[in-house]
Design a protein around this ligand. Sequence first.
Ligand code: NAP
Length: 336
Amino acid sequence: MSKVALITGINGQDGKYLLQFLLDKGYIVHGFARKKPALTSENEQQNVFYHENDLSDFSSVLSLFQEIAPDEVYNLAAQSNVKTSFERPEYTSNINSLGTLRLLEAIRILGLQEKTRFFQASSGEIFGKTTELQRTEETPFYPCNPYAVSKIYAHWININYRESYGIFACNGVLFNHESPHRPESFVTRKITASVARIKKGLQEELILGNLDSKRDWGFAGDYVKGMWMTLQQNEPDDYIFATGQAHTVRDFVNFAFKEVGIKIKWEGKGPSEIGKDASCGRIVVRVSPDFYRPVESSISVGSPAKAYNKMGWEPETSFEELVRMMVRNDMGLSYK
Ligand code: NAP
């Protein structure tokens, strides 16, 4: 018999990849979304059922769990933007922290502990300003934005429900992962979409914050496989999903422009730094302090060693392949 999975945040970047991954494995998938996608005969898929729900509303969560009694729940829904979390900290906590609690409470209240396995999308942001360079599952948390704080509550309530009620509850501590489905409110997609528009003559300049900010960027398709693997183990546990390598925003910009045949020549420092098209001297990148974060995380690199040693998970897509895929998508070209 097919397993039944529930994905919250099914319309988000990871939700789209996880949906396809689970359908390919023969699951019946229920999608928890604030709005059902507009389905046509072309994009309608068998074995997918959408439910319009909001993580702020416990009664709708409870009745959905009562109706479908899922075998696996992947909690991907979140207010996931760090900048927005400074503007809307209470809303961010309500969805990310209490939303997770509401899902766990539904499992507990309905007595689904023996049946339902639960994956929580935790975040590498929880390590924030920690001074350890390679973050592991043992690294202390030091969040430096309201998003990260909200994710720590979710992380710990998940462990608490595992230990208190025996729920198969797991955290996947996800470091940044990107794809052509990333919205432009995230720096990677802002870069690739702008590079494509600049190449096509539709935009003059790309304006960014801290070019020296370093991140561990992987491909979303690889990370959803890790989420699924986490729930197939014999024992519940928490894992870091990361590439183990850091790149600066500047690296990302260089690779993205290289993909459209433009070499960048950098001049100046800090907010006065500019990037020029080396072939003609035209300024195509500028820095604006408006895009600096109020508090910047230190270099953020995760160690995927535990996920590899215990489950055999490893990222399959390189940084260069990721940037190429995103730029080609924004150029309207095919990509693998
Ligand atoms: P995303 O694209 O922002 O998707 C999040 C989804 O959550 C959206 O589809 C959104 O629905 C939904 N959502 C927001 N508020 C909701 C609410 N009140 N009720 C129900 N659904 C709500 O995020 P993602 O990149 O796929 O990431 C998936 C998860 O991994 C998130 O929890 C994120 O925090 C975590 N994570 C991601 C990364 C990363 O680099 N991508 C890294 C670490 C952790 P709408 O479509 O209605 O807006």
